[in-house]
Ligand binder design. Structure first.
Ligand SMILES: [Zn+2]
Ligand SMILES: [Zn+2]
Length: 148
């Protein structure tokens, strides 16, 4: 179980193993955070204490899209060479590969407020997929905070 988060003060990215309670000190700005031993169900964000978290597939979207785009480009050429079966095999293969990849990668749990990413946790029922309305509320809140 580990968390990827941005330092609340200087926003330097950090990565930390969770489990027992630990003290964390930012290597860039010396900001200190106290991480209590977290429950496996992760009811609150260990970084900012926020109760609203969402789950998402821990899968880089750009990679998935990149694979699809690459397959489409290649199939354009194979189709041009009248390799109909090769083209279909390529497209279907890519589709399956994407599906397997999606299935294989686990869930990441993300904090709405500080965007800390938790990995290695089992997403609980309390963790719903991202909701735009909640995300928007936190985005507005962040804008207000930055204006202060
Ligand atoms: Zn810092
Ligand atoms: Zn948080």
């Amino acid at each position: 179980m580990h968390v990827c988060f941005a330092c609340p003060l200087c926003e330097r990215p950090a990565r930390l193993l969770l489990g027992v309670s630990t003290d964390w000190q930012c290597p860039a700005c010396d900001h200190r955070l106290r991480f209590e031993a977290v429950e496996p169900a992760l009811p609150v964000c260990a970084v900012c204490g926020n109760k609203e978290l969402y789950k998402k597939k821990d899968f880089p979207h750009t990679l998935g899209m990149g694979i699809l785009v690459a397959a489409c480009v290649v199939s354009f050429f194979t189709y041009g060479w009248y390799e109909k079966w090769l083209t279909w095999a390529l497209l279907i293969g890519t589709f399956l590969f994407d599906g397997i990849l999606h299935f294989w990668v686990g869930d990441a749990i993300v904090c709405y407020r500080c965007h800390a990413h938790y990995r290695g946790f089992q997403a609980a029922d309390a963790h719903k997929p991202f909701e735009l309305t909640i995300g928007e509320r936190y985005r507005q809140e962040q804008i207000r905070r930055e204006q202060l």
